[in-house]
Design a protein around this ligand. Structure first.
Ligand SMILES: [Zn+2]
Length: 237
């Protein structure tokens, strides 16, 4: 057939006979080969989720249930600001350091993991792959116990948002005598100082108050954590 002689009706008939189809769900497409809009949106979401794996997987499995809207959260968290809104507001704030101090089982790590989940959710729904996506992608959960390893220290320093779990817990009541302990002190000090200098959000959980943190890490660390506009919250009170 001579293409010049094609009528509109011929073209439509041809499209009906051999339409372009979405390569995922086979829905007929009008504009050419590719994917339909719903599949395109879910592919984008899949790609973003994959890019966030490193951040999401740094959160220990036992805390992955914790999200701002998890019904478990208010039950497990002994903290007067423990509402979904408070989780989201604190998570979105650019406050350089937020400290959550509380005894074991007061829910401080659950709370801070719900904040991390809020960052991940915001990153996942950032369809322009902008600031929220970048922030989520670089988020890391690091246990203070691992700060005797240079790789963990480097990862903690580089994180866009750092959850630094159990600061001081790793040192227990012991005096910083052994090599591992002093390495952990050096690692944590370097992480907190460098993040302070670059204004990167650091969310710390610790069983200890500021005085005890000062006696373990020195007044440089406790001073940086207490500095305005940082926040220091008590759990289980
Ligand atoms: Zn489709």
């Amino acid at each position: 057939m001579n293409p010049a002689r094609l009528s509109v009706a011929d073209v439509l008939a041809g499209l009906r006979a051999h339409p372009w189809r979405c390569k995922f769900c086979r829905t007929p497409l009008d504009l050419g080969p590719g994917v339909c809009r719903p599949c395109g949106t879910s592919e984008d979401l899949k790609t973003r989720r994959e890019a966030l794996h490193g951040a999401a997987n740094s959160i220990p499995e036992r805390f992955r249930w914790a999200t701002p809207d998890s019904p478990e959260l208010p039950r497990r968290v002994r903290f007067k600001f423990g509402s979904p809104d408070a989780v989201r507001v604190l998570a979105a704030a650019s406050t350089p350091a937020v400290v959550f101090q509380g005894v074991g089982r007061s829910g401080k790590t659950s709370f801070v993991c719900a904040m991390a989940a809020a960052v991940l959710q915001a990153g996942e729904s950032d369809t322009s792959n902008g600031a929220a996506f970048y922030r989520a992608k670089g988020l890391r959960f690091v246990s203070a116990l691992d700060l005797d390893e240079p790789a963990s220290v480097a990862q903690a320093i580089a994180a866009t948002v750092l959850v630094l779990d159990d600061l001081g817990q790793d040192l227990g009541g012991a005096n910083a005598g052994s090599g591992v302990l002093s390495q952990r002190v050096t690692g944590a000090t370097s992480v907190i100082m460098k993040r302070h200098n670059t204004n990167r959000p650091t969310w710390v959980t610790t069983p200890y108050d500021a005085k005890r943190i000062e006696s373990l890490y020195g007044d440089g660390v406790s001073g940086r954590l207490l500095e305005e506009p940082n926040r220091w919250f008590a759990f289980g009170a």
